[in-house]
Design a protein. Structure first.
Ligand code: HEM
Length: 90
């Protein structure tokens, strides 16, 4: 595995909504990112970015700005890799 990265299942990701005291996480290309620190800096505004909270942001992201380098901007906010529910148990 990747050192320092936790395995995150889709059901865990779903709970990281940025509400109820939890940070907002979003996945992109198989990696999971904490988008909370970036929220105030997003040029498209917080509500737009929050649409990707707790789920995969790839589709929305690519619809709006495929030219933006997600990994380059949020590389330091990686928290884990997305795995299937069964993979998480091993
Ligand atoms: C604009 C970054 C996710 C909606 C931008 C811009 C950047 C950026 C750098 C300026 C782009 C430019 O002017 O060429 C990011 C990053 C994301 C992310 C790093 C990953 C977490 C999203 C999502 C949505 C979204 C998920 C929609 C649900 C928008 C919109 C603008 C914008 C609508 C245009 C703002 C305007 O020009 O008035 N974003 N974005 N972004 N973003 Fe995002």
């Amino acid at each position: 595995g990747v050192p320092g990265l936790q395995r995150v299942t889709p059901s865990q990701l779903k709970t990281m909504t940025g509400r109820k005291g939890k940070p907002a996480w979003s996945s992109y290309m198989g990696k999971v990112y904490n988008i909370t620190p970036y929220l105030p800096f997003h040029p498209g505004g917080e509500p737009e970015l929050m649409k990707a909270a707790g789920r995969d942001g790839g589709k929305l992201f690519m619809e709006v700005h495929p030219w933006v380098n997600w990994e380059g901007m949020l590389g330091s906010c990686v928290v884990g890799i997305l795995v299937s529910e069964s993979e998480a148990k091993s």
